[in-house]
Each structure stands twice: as structure tokens, then as C-alpha cells.
Design a protein around this ligand. Structure first.
Ligand SMILES: Nc1nc2c(ncn2[C@@H]2O[C@H](COP(=O)(O)OP(=O)(O)OP(=O)(O)O)[C@@H](O)[C@H]2O)c(=O)[nH]1
Ligand SMILES: [Mg+2]
Length: 838
């Protein structure tokens, strides 16, 4: 503030540095516009007043007591010239907020209006500026573009004088006003010219002074060259006039004070609806107050700094001052500024949700947050920007709404997507868990879950739809569609599982030990396959009725049912066919056939194992047994009914229903098996091919023949005892040897001794001990023999084996040989003396 060049002795400008003690210097002596206005308006609480404020300017010659007047009327602190120096005090244009000390002390009494901003304009025909009329014109233009009331301060004795009564200044005011109105014909601004006649002595009544002034003003107006369209306009089309007098401040100080306090009340808050004009067209502001709504420039307080700044810039750049354009520009500027603040408010709520977008989850409380963010932001915008130029405001409001909605839309779409995904996941999960519960009814499970999931989705979508601003119908349809597809897929999977279970239980039935295929194969007869066919058809039929019950609960369509039944039948046949293949493997069949053969051949009618004796008819029994078995083999060849017809498998399975997928993968892999399992295939019922029958027969024959050979061998071993004639032969052939022993006395003696010994042993019952001693001796001899053998085998050097193996006690020579070798190692290839000594 020190740079504002406050001169004069009344106050020291430096005391107010950084403060707003004197108000602010809106335009300094260098014609620069202040940057402190927003700060000042904020500190005086005017900035947020909207339209509830007033702007007044004072005009008049230099040093005519303008600042003094304002300070008395509005309790301001504009610098006032000291009595002695008589030099220009106010430079540029100052602004200060009017206050009324009475308002707080006597609130019930009439007092000054609120938020009155007063501009103290540099005096005209200033000595300091000399003939430079430029600033005078510019400040007049600035004041009239912004102010509602222009106070014209003149001394009584100046009335009737052209210069002294500021007629030059007023002419300028009228001219610039016309200039402004030419640009803004649509909105006719009015201004009040408030003439305050100072040092009124009282000799000339106010009425006379007023008339003189009015006559002068009209003269000036008539003398003006008016722009096209405004030629016939009168001064009262644009201005109201009101007049007041004040006594001499120095000569009648008390009177002056009193009158200024009365005059102050003309600036009271009331907004008169009926302007009260006297016969000469002068506004009687003593009754109505000065602030007629028509005077207000409709610039919201928070736009005033920018607006005033722009106006001043246009004025200094000598550009045509186009107020409507300025107002639009201001509106744009301010709307943008307010928009930024509103978006910040919006961000506070919305940014966290935007940050969480990447998680792709349903964000709880998004709906209310979206609404709060949008509402808060738009309400603030409407409140603050709504005062500005309507067209601009509406456009900016739309822009802001679109911008915010676009951001919300992103959140909304992401939320819908997440809710969609969630709905599908919850649906699948609930159904899968539900199916596992026993007794769960798939159809009602699906219906209930679908309804719940859709209700949840709708609630979520609705809460974020900003009361219908965003639509979720398409997404809802998509969810519904996907749920239905999901239900179908889950049902399909469940059907597949069901089929697999059915197939498994059929397999269990077919392989049962008690009544399965293997059990039936124990009796090979023409009725074997008919029995198995019966097992197959009853088993499959039972499973189908079970399946139908379960699939009804699954809510399957009749087509799906037909397809499943068809598949089940086919698979059942395939299973049976595989079991049959297993059962008719050559080895198992041979075992079974040999069972039949053995029953006849190895056991008799009572089931007792036969012991063949010589002379029994082995061959006959063998041939009969073999024949019985051979007759059985053809029964195994073809799967047929008792009347030798093929079982009605194709009819039983039926035609493939439409849309049934043939199990191509399996067919391709197991081409052969698929072929034999196919009900239409010629191989289906061929269990044993002729080739296999031949091989089977051969194998069987081999085993049966073996049995025959064994039987035969058994008979021969049972007849191989020593025949009686053999003993005769023995006597005849050994007769000579017998006599040789008898005749030789030595042999005879030995025989006799042996006989006596044997007799003695027998009579003394010594055979037992003799045998024991003999056995022990024999065992001992055996042990000794073994020991010797082991020693022999463990000899290290085969060369020395002969020398040392059996020479017990000759270990020294062996040790010696060892020590010689050791010595050889230490003598590095040379034998030492030891060797020679040895
Ligand atoms: N005669 C007379 N003098 C006054 C009156 N009021 C103030 N003065 C004196 O006039 C001188 C100028 O007063 P200011 O209030 O500074 O006048 P100003 O019009 O603001 O002057 P500038 O700002 O320099 O143009 C001071 O010395 C005041 O004492 C009045 O009512 N009558
Ligand atoms: Mg002054």
C-alpha cells in the first residue's frame, strides 16, 4: 500500500501497509488496476454477497472535500488533505467498505445499508495532471460502468459556473454513458446522479440551486452529439437526479455532522419498489433511499474484481467498452473458476472410487457416493455461477454436468460389469453347492437363485443409475441371457455327471459276483447269452427310470432327456460288451472249459477224484469229456437269444435323437471297440470269431491232452512192482556167487561173524544204539571232510595250494614266504643279505 502514494498529513500511508485501513487503491496514479481486490472483498465479507452489495462513486473538483464527505457519510478512512497544504490528496481511484457504527449500537434505528463499496475518485481539473483530461474521462467511464450512484460533490458558489460546477465532467459522464448504451441497448442501465451541494449558506434555497443545475444538465445533454438511434433520447432516459445540501464543515461543524448523519440514511437498505419522482422529475431519495434495483449493475460480488479489472483494461486500451460482452466474458471466466472448485469437491468423493477401478470389483456405497458427489458439485455451481450471464451459465452448467457424468459413467459401467460378473459367479456357485445337497431340486434352485442374483444386480445398478440418468437395461438383459446359458450349461454338466453315475452303477451291476456276467459264465449253455441280455435290458431299464426321475428334477427338456437316455443305452451296451470281451479272453475261457472237462474226466459221478487203474477205459472217458466241452464252445461264439436270433439291440437303443453328439473322440481312439459296440455293426454280436474259436479249441485240446497223458502215466506207475519171476531170475543168475561165498572159508567166516553180530545186536536190542553211533560217526566224518575241503578251496595262491593246503603246522614257511615278499618291497628291487642267509 505504500506504493499507492497516499499523500497528505491526515494519515501516514505506511501505517497501513499490508492492511486495508484506507481501503484499497483500485487504480493507482499510474493507471494500474489493483490485484488486491479479491483479498479486500474477502476480508470485508463482500465477496460472497452475490448481488447484495452496492457500489457508489464520488466525483468532483480536486480538494473540494470529497474524501471528507465520504468519511463522514460512510465511516471510511480515505486520506484527507491537511487544512494548510491545499494539494491533491486522492490519486487514482480508492475503494472502501462503508460501515455504520450506529448499526450495531442502535440496531432498531434506521442505518446505513450493508455491503456498500465506496469509490473515491481523483478530483477533476486537478492541478497535478494539468490539462490531461484523459484520466478524468477514463475514471468517469470506469465509475459509470460499475457504480449505481454517482455522488457529484460541488460547492454552492460553484453552481451556475461551467468549470466549477463540474459541467465539463458531467458532459464527459453523459458522453461515455451514451457510448455504453449504444452497445447495450437491450438492458437500459440507469444511474443516479446525487448532487451534494457543500458549504450551503442557506441564502439560496435548494430548490433554486436544483433548478439551475437541472437547466445546465439539460443544456449539456442537448449539446451532445448523440449516436444513431439515440437522437431523441432525453437525459431522464438514463439518469435520475437527486439533490442535497450540507453546511460549511469548518464554520458549522456540529451542523455539518448532523446533516451528514441525516444524509447517510439516504443510503439505507430499503429497496424502493416505487420510485418517487417530484414534478420536475427529480427523485425524492429522502423518502425512498437511493438504491433503486434498476441501478444495480448485476455483477455478482465474487465477479467484481475480474469484471472491474477487465473494464479498466478495455478502457486503458481505448477499446470500445461493450458491457454485455464483458459480462459474458466475466460469466465464462467465473463459471470456469467455479467449475474447477466444483470438480475439486467432486474429486474428493469420486477419486477413491476411480482409483479402485482396477480391482474390477463391485464397490459398495458407490451409488450414494456418486449421487452425493454430483449433487454437491452441481448445487455449488448453481449457487455461485447462477448469478452470472444466464446463457453462459446454462452452457457451463451443461458442460460441467456432462463432464461429471462422463466420469461417473465410467464408474457406473465398471460397476455394472463387476456386478454382472459377480451375478454370474454367485449364480454358478450357489447352483453347484445346491446340487451337492441331497434332495436339491435343480429347477427350483435355478429359479430361486436366478431371481436373487438378478434382484441383487438390479439393486446395485439402480443405486448407481443417478435416478435413471444411466440405463442398465441392456446389461440386465445380458446378465439374464448369461444366467440362462449358465443354467443350461450347469444342467448339461449335471446330466453328464448323472449319466456317468448311471453308467458306473450299471458296470457294478454287470460285474457283480452274485448275479453279474462272470457269475453267468459259470454255466455255459445256450441260455448264457439270453440270460446276459436279460440282465442288460432289465439293468438298463431300471437305470433309465431312475435317470428320468433325476432329470425331471434337473428341469431337462424332453430332447435333452431323449439324448441322455440314448447315450446311456449306448454306453451300457459298450460296458457290457467290454465285460464280455474280458470274460471271453482265451485264458479265462480255457479255465472255464477245463473246469467242465475236469468235472467229467478227473472226477467220477460222485464227484470223487478218479485214480485210474489198469484196464479202466481212460480213452473212452477222455473222448466223452472232450466232446461235452467241444459242444459248449459254439454257445460262446455269438451273442444271441435262445431261438438263435440276434437280440433286438438296435430297437432297444432306438434311433439317435436329433442333436445327440456321437462320442467321436472315443470312436476315433478306439475304432475297433466302437465298431463292435455299435448296435448297427455286424461285429456287435460276434463274441468269438472263427479264428478265435480255432485257437481256443487248440489250446483246450492241448490242455485236455495233457490231462490224458497225466492220467495214463498214473496208471503205469501204479503197476511197476517187482514181479515174482524176477526173484527166480535173481536166484538163477546169482547162484555161482552164492556158492563162491559159501566155499571160501574167509568169506564164510566173515559172513558167519556178521550173522552172529547181527543176531547178538538183535537179541541185545542194540540196533538202535548202533545206528545212532554209526550215524554220528558218519556225520562227524562228513564234517571233517567238509572242513578239509573248505581249507583246500581257501588257499590264496593256486601255485602254493599243493604245497600248503594240507600241510598243517607248516605255517612258518608260509610266513617266511610272506616276509620275503615284504623285504623285497623295502630293498627296492634288490635282495639284501637276509635273502642270502636264508
Ligand atoms: N470549506 C470547506 N472545506 C472543507 C469541507 N470539507 C472539507 N474541507 C476541507 O477541504 C480540504 C480538502 O479536503 P479533502 O476531503 O481532502 O478534499 P478532496 O476533494 O478529497 O481532495 P482531493 O482528494 O485532493 O481531490 C481539507 O483541508 C478539508 O478540511 C467543507 O465542507 N467546506
Ligand atoms: Mg480526496
Amino acid at each position: 500500500m505504500a506504493t499507492n502514494g497516499v499523500n497528505g498529513s491526515a494519515t501516514n500511508g505506511d501505517d497501513y501497509e499490508g492492511e486495508f485501513g484506507h481501503g484499497i487503491q483500485v487504480i493507482d496514479e499510474n493507471k494500474e488496476f489493483t490485484s488486491t481486490m479479491p483479498e479486500y472483498l474477502t476480508s470485508t465479507n463482500v465477496l460472497q454477497a452475490g448481488f447484495s452489495y452496492h457500489l457508489i462513486s464520488v466525483f468532483g473538483s480536486q480538494s473540494t472535500g470529497k474524501s471528507t464527505l465520504l468519511n463522514h457519510l460512510f465511516n471510511t478512512a480515505f486520506p484527507v488533505m491537511s487544512e494548510s497544504r491545499r494539494q491533491q490528496t486522492t490519486k487514482g481511484i480508492w475503494m472502501s467498505l462503508a460501515t455504520d457504527p450506529n448499526a450495531s449500537s442502535n440496531p432498531d434505528e434506521p442505518h446505513l445499508g450493508k455491503n456498500i463499496l465506496v469509490m473515491d475518485v481523483e478530483g477533476t481539473d486537478g492541478r497535478e495532471r494539468g490539462e490531461d483530461q484523459d484520466f478524468e474521462r477514463k475514471s468517469a467511464l470506469f465509475a459509470i460502468a460499475t457504480s449505481e450512484v454517482l455522488i457529484v460533490n460541488i460547492w454552492e458558489h460553484q453552481v451556475g459556473l461551467y468549470q466549477g460546477a463540474n459541467m465539463g465532467l458531467l458532459k464527459t459522464v453523459f458522453e461515455v454513458n451514451l457510448q455504453l448504451f449504444q452497445k447495450d441497448k437491450s438492458t437500459v442501465h440507469r444511474s443516479l446522479l446525487f448532487f451534494v451541494i457543500r458549504d450551503h449558506i442557506g441564502h439560496t434555497p435548494l430548490e433554486n440551486l436544483k433548478n439551475t443545475l437541472l437547466a445546465d444538465l439539460n443544456n449539456i445533454w442537448h449539446g451532445l452529439s448523440k449516436p444513431p438511434g439515440l437522437e431523441t433520447s432525453t437525459i431522464s432516459d438514463f439518469f435520475d437526479f437527486t439533490f442535497a445540501t450540507l453546511p460549511h464543515k469548518l464554520l458549522q461543524p456540529d451542523q455539518f455532522k448532523l446533516e451528514t448523519q441525516r444524509l447517510k440514511l439516504r443510503f439505507r437498505e430499503e429497496s424502493p419498489t416505487n420510485a418517487n419522482y417530484s414534478a420536475d422529475g427529480v427523485l425524492d431519495t429522502s423518502k425512498t433511499g437511493v438504491f433503486l434495483p434498476a441501478y444495480h449493475r448485476r455483477i455478482p460480488a465474487d465477479g467484481l474484481p475480474h469484471y472491474a479489472g477487465n473494464i479498466w483494461r478495455m478502457i486503458t486500451e481505448n477499446k470500445d467498452l461493450d458491457l454485455p460482452t464483458q459480462q459474458e466474458l466475466l460469466a465464462q471466466y467465473r463459471c470456469d473458476e467455479i467449475s474447477v472448485v466444483c470438480v475439486e469437491l467432486f474429486d474428493e468423493v469420486v477419486t477413491p472410487f476411480e482409483a479402485a477401478l482396477s480391482q474390477k470389483i463391485v464397490q459398495s456405497d458407490l451409488g450414494p457416493a456418486m449421487k452425493t458427489a454430483l449433487d454437491t458439485s452441481l448445487i455449488k455451481f448453481k449457487e455461485e455461477a447462477g448469478r452470472y450471464h444466464k446463457v453462459v451459465y446454462k452452457r457451463k452448467l451443461e458442460d460441467l454436468e456432462k463432464k461429471l457424468q462422463a466420469r461417473l459413467k465410467v464408474l457406473y459401467v465398471a460397476q455394472l460389469t463387476a456386478a454382472h460378473k459377480n451375478a454370474i459367479a454367485v449364480f454358478a456357485d450357489t447352483i453347484q453347492k445346491g446340487i451337492k445337497r441331497s434332495g436339491a431340486d435343480f429347477a427350483s434352485l435355478v429359479t430361486e437363485t436366478r431371481a436373487t442374483v438378478l434382484a441383487d444386480f438390479t439393486t446395485e445398478a439402480e443405486s448407481c443409475s443417478l435416478e435413471g440418468a444411466f440405463s442398465y437395461t441392456d446389461e440386465l438383459h445380458a446378465v439374464e441371457k448369461e444366467l440362462d446359458e449358465g443354467a443350461t450349461r450347469l444342467r448339461g454338466e449335471e446330466m453328464t455327471r448323472l449319466l456317468a453315475r448311471m453308467e458306473k452303477s450299471l458296470r457294478t451291476k454287470f460285474t457283480s459276483e452274485d448275479d453279474g456276467v462272470a457269475y453267468m459264465f459259470k454255466t455255459i449253455s445256450p441260455s448264457l447269452y439270453p440270460r446276459i441280455w436279460n440282465l442288460f435290458t432289465t439293468g438298463v431299464t431300471d437305470q433309465i427310470s431312475l435317470f428320468t426321475q433325476r432329470s425331471t428334477a434337473l428341469n431337462a427338456t424332453s430332447e435333452e432327456n431323449e439324448q441322455a437316455v440314448y447315450k446311456l443305452k449306448k454306453r451300457a451296451w459298450k460296458v457290457l460288451r467290454m465285460i464280455l470281451d474280458e470274460e471271453t479272453k482265451e485264458q479265462s475261457l480255457i479255465t472255464r472249459l477245463m473246469g467242465y472237462f475236469d468235472k467229467d474226466f478227473r472226477y467220477d459221478d460222485q464227484g470223487v477224484p478218479r485214480v485210474w487203474k489198469a484196464g479202466e477205459d481212460i480213452e473212452g472217458t477222455f473222448a466223452k469229456s472232450k466232446e461235452t466241452v467241444m459242444k459248449l464252445i459254439p454257445n460262446l461264439a455269438t451273442f444271441q437269444l435262445e431261438d438263435s436270433t440276434k437280440p433286438p439291440l438296435a430297437t432297444f437303443i432306438g434311433d439317435a435323437p436329433e442333436g445327440v453328439e456321437e462320442e467321436v473322440g472315443v470312436a476315433a481312439e478306439e475304432d475297433e471297440e466302437e465298431d463292435v459296440a455299435s448296435p448297427t455293426s455286424t461285429k456287435t454280436f460276434t463274441i468269438l470269431t472263427p479264428g478265435r474259436i480255432t485257437s481256443l479249441t487248440e489250446s483246450f485240446n492241448r490242455q485236455a491232452d495233457q490231462a490224458f497223458v497225466d492220467a495214463k502215466r498214473g496208471t503205469i506207475s501204479s503197476v511197476s512192482q517187482i514181479p515174482v519171476w524176477f526173484y527166480g531170475l535173481l536166484v538163477i543168475l546169482g547162484w555161482n556167487e552164492f556158492w563162491a561165498v559159501i566155499r571160501n572159508p574167509l568169506y564164510f567166516m566173515m559172513l558167519l561173524l556178521a550173522a552172529v553180530g547181527a543176531y547178538a545186536a538183535h537179541t541185545l536190542n542194540l540196533w538202535g544204539p548202533i545206528l545212532t553211533v554209526g550215524g554220528a560217526t558218519g556225520r562227524q566224518a562228513l564234517e571233517v571232510g567238509k572242513e578239509k575241503l573248505r581249507e583246500f578251496l581257501e588257499m590264496p595262491q593256486p601255485g602254493h595250494q599243493g604245497a600248503h593246503a594240507f600241510s598243517s603246522g607248516n605255517s612258518t614257511s608260509s610266513t617266511q614266504g610272506e616276509s620275503i615278499r615284504m623285504r623285497n618291497l623295502t630293498s627296492e628291487g634288490k635282495n639284501n643279505g637276509f635273502d642270502d642267509d636264508d
